[in-house]
Design a protein around this ligand. Structure first.
Ligand SMILES: NC(=[NH2+])NCCC[C@H](N)C(=O)O
Length: 797
């Protein structure tokens, strides 16, 4: 095959040595008819595709990408004019109404181009620009290349020579380097020679996250080639015919359809075949988009030629001023609700002569998503043998629509104390994940795991739904209409009318499943039925996910109706020692059954039952006792040594309540009667060792050697009661529930200032999390994380 860009040197030449699709597809397709008659197929030297998957977990085959780019490339409009060649099938191109010199036109379009770039930058989008060669349509670079989060850069075949000439190796090289994209480049441009065109994201409107490509077939969007592309890139294809007012094929899909993260703008009138229209709508609905239908007239004003991007302060809708103005108030309101900001840029001359608008002017630039380093991908994914080893892999769930089921009348059921602002809640959760990432941990989202499970095919997808909702229920559903997000968000017909409940507390990932030494993940049997589903969901994820299938999974506790146990009560002190809180949520039988399993199947030799009061504020052991370093814990002052201080504070609170004429009462007796004690169970020894005072016992057993306290060291307040009262307040907002990222480094809520000061005074590095909204759920950083892999500590293993 001819080498087109020889002047560019070895690298480029090598990558363009043959249509790359042949490498991936030649083998399986050999037996079939050539896809495109007249084009010979050959086998080029194979380069294995590396699919990172969205989670980056090894073996996750679904190629996942983010939908939103935070960077775009714009090419200047030097040489811009109405292109005779493209005018043939672009019915949106016009001519100048008044004569203008070349220079005048240049000035006008340059200002429009510059204006769009400035507005996008102002909205926090990174805009890269490139100079032009001087071709008429160069300002529309999205047609000749696309970039993808899995590291792909694709070059497309253009229908007419003046546009094929736009392909710029220097741009490709620059983008590839800056965005860490993979080689070889997937180069389809040679197809143009056979008269086959597929013009980038003009022809392919991509729902990257859901891996669906929408294509209006035209001379610029060849069906066969689109199929080849989809197969190679791992997309599902939705093809249809789109017509303009005159009944002529619309040249590019992105003129009549825009598909974004949460919404789509579509001109239904442009799809005359009702069946095809239905299929497009079904695909959009399946991926939960808000659909904004527009009229043909609005389409002609380029209302569909828009794109959602990610700016620094939130998502941005980039659209032309004409497109935006053509919409009516209600359409605009819906769109404004879907994004954080609208950028409506005036580009009338570019629209008029170019027949394209804002979306065509920006080519999205996606950085390659991080992948697990080769070595760690071969190691056991689940290996968590301490509470403090450097965090390597952690599973979290970013709260989503399930939060909307929390309202004043469901608070108790949902086990939270306040109603949430979902947007703030999500933002704060992102704050947590970015802290984890900056400290080098790989963060995996349950939502992505679910997507990867379901991408394995219909059978697996069905099994996933059946495992959580039951076979019978799923049998009565049209699986096509279900989305994995509903497994967490709940299945509702109407607001607050759920056929399947929302898993409101899933973002407290600690509880439904937990890791124990020896590479085991153990499924919990949560105390409240509302949380039991979470364990079922994680059970399904671990059984069905291609990477997690291999993880040793113990589900024996789930079937014992006498057991309750949650991950918040299970602390792995070291490879041989596990602490289990016997609490409101975990009963003694739960602790005993876990011990049985640990002794029988794992390296654990010692299980310590820690008995704590059964109170909401102390629902799990980790609400009042967490490791901040090897052998160092953060806990409540006087809790273990002088419970009578708590009794006294309770008595005083009761008195105050009484004086105020309120009926609120604390149980004073509880504090005096049951000082926290521990029982140490040793492998092979049926009689546990009992310690009347938990803390003394833990020290005697060599499990902890230092304790730090919520709000400060004991003895630093005017009285123990003053300390306990302040500590109870910070602890209510999860001051004691810190999450250790590595020995001596923890994540804590910023709000808990006195505790943070004390930790820092004692040499602990505290990463502060802004989490006022997260706190309403009654859980802290440890509750929200399910660590799967931590570096092993140097000693003891
Ligand atoms: N490990 C923890 N402490 N988890 C806190 C869970 C909070 C949650 N709202 C519940 O009541 O279940």
């Amino acid at each position: 095959m001819a080498v087109r860009f020889s002047r560019l040197g070895r690298c480029w030449r090598g990558r363009l040595a043959g249509p790359r699709w042949l490498r991936g597809l030649a083998a399986p397709l050999h037996a079939r008819q050539p896809l495109i008659p007249g084009v010979a197929r050959g086998v080029a030297p194979g380069v294995a595709r590396h699919y990172a998957g969205v989670t980056g977990l090894p073996g996750a085959q679904a190629v996942m990408e983010e939908n939103l780019a935070d960077s775009v490339l714009m090419v200047e409009p030097k040489g811009f004019c109405s292109n005779e060649e493209t005018m043939q099938d672009n019915s949106f191109m016009g001519t100048l109404s008044e004569p203008m010199t070349k220079e005048q036109l240049q000035e006008v379009v340059h200002a429009e181009w510059q204006g769009l770039g400035d507005l996008l930058r102002e909205a926090g989008v990174e805009v890269l620009t490139a100079t032009a060669k001087g071709l008429p349509d160069e300002v529309f670079p999205n047609n000749w290349f696309s970039t993808h989060g899995d590291g792909q850069l694709v070059i497309y075949p253009m229908k007419v020579p003046s546009r094929a000439a736009e392909i710029r190796p220097d741009i490709v090289e620059r983008v590839r380097k800056e965005f860490d994209l993979a080689e070889p480049i997937y180069n389809l441009s040679e197809w143009a020679k056979s008269g086959v065109a597929l013009e980038g994201t003009g022809s392919l409107v991509l729902d990257r996250y859901n891996r669906t490509a929408y294509v209006a077939l035209s001379k610029r969007a060849d069906k066969n080639l689109a199929e080849v592309w989809a197969k190679e890139m791992g997309y599902e294809l939705v093809t249809f015919k789109a017509k303009d007012r005159q009944g002529k094929a619309i040249y590019h899909t992105n003129v009549m359809l825009s598909v974004n993260v949460n919404f789509a703008v579509i001109c239904p009138e442009a799809i005359p075949d009702p069946q095809e229209l239905r299929a497009v709508y079904a695909a959009l609905k399946k991926s939960m988009k808000v659909i904004v239908p527009v009229t043909m007239e609005q389409l002609e004003n380029f209302a569909c030629n828009c794109l959602q991007l990610r700016g620094q302060q939130g998502t941005v809708l980039a659209i032309s001023e004409a497109g935006w103005k053509s919409l009516d108030d209600s359409q605009r309101a819906v769109l404004q609700n879907c994004v954080d900001r609208v950028v409506a840029a005036p580009v009338p001359m570019l629209e008029k002569l170019g027949g394209g608008s804002v979306r065509c002017m920006v080519a999205e630039l996606f950085k390659r998503r991080a992948q697990l380093p080769e070595k760690s991908s071969q190691r056991n994914l689940n290996l968590c043998e301490s509470e403090h080893g450097r965090l390597e892999l952690v599973i979290v769930h970013e709260p989503g629509l399930e939060v909307d089921a929390v309202m004043p009348w469901t608070l108790d059921t949902m086990k939270v104390d306040e109603c949430f602002n979902r947007v703030h809640l999500k933002q704060q959760h992102r704050g947590l994940t970015s802290l984890l990432k900056t400290r080098g941990a790989q963060v995996v989202h349950v939502r992505d795991l679910l997507t990867e499970v379901s991408h394995q095919g219909e059978e697996v997808r069905k099994e996933l739904f059946e495992s959580v909702w039951g076979k019978e229920f799923v049998a009565g559903q049209n699986l096509e209409n279900l989305h994995v997000d509903q497994l967490v968000g709940g299945l509702s017909r109407e607001c607050m009318q759920f056929d399947q409940p929302p898993l409101m507390n899933l973002f407290f990932m600690r509880d439904p499943i937990f890791s124990v030494p020896g590479g085991w993940a153990v499924l919990a049997r949560p105390y409240f039925p509302i949380r039991f589903r979470e364990s079922q969901l994680m059970h399904a994820v671990f059984r069905l996910h291609p990477s997690l299938k291999g993880v040793k999974l113990y589900d024996g506790l789930m079937d014992d109706p006498e057991v309750t146990i949650e991950g918040g009560d299970v602390l792995v002190a070291d490879r041989e020692t596990v602490l289990v809180g016997v609490s409101q949520r975990t009963n003694e039988r739960g602790a005993d059954r876990l011990a049985e399993f640990l002794f029988a199947r794992t390296p654990v030799k010692r299980v310590v039952k820690v008995f704590i009061p059964k109170q909401r504020a102390f629902m799990h052991l980790d609400t009042l006792f967490t490791f901040v370093d090897r052998g160092t814990v953060l806990t409540m002052p006087y809790f273990w040594s002088k419970p009578e201080v708590y009794a006294e504070v309770a008595r005083r609170a009761n008195l105050l309540n009484e004086k105020m004429g309120s009926e609120q009462r604390q149980n004073v007796e509880e504090w005096v009667k049951e000082p926290p004690r521990i029982e140490v169970m040793l492998k092979g020894n049926p009689t546990p060792k009992k310690y009347k005072h938990a803390m003394t016992g833990l020290q005697a057993e060599g499990i902890i050697d230092k304790a730090l306290f919520v709000c400060g060291a004991e003895g630093t307040f005017p009285s123990p009661e003053a300390h306990v009262s302040a500590a109870l307040t910070e602890q209510w907002n999860d001051a004691a529930n810190v999450f250790c990222l590595s020995p001596g480094t923890v994540v804590a809520y910023k709000w808990c200032t006195r505790t943070i000061a004390h930790l820092e005074d004692n040499g602990i590095d505290v990463l502060e999390l802004d989490g006022v909204e997260l706190m309403k759920g009654r859980g802290g950083a440890r509750c929200m994380t399910f660590p799967m892999r931590r570096a092993l500590s140097l000693e003891g293993v």
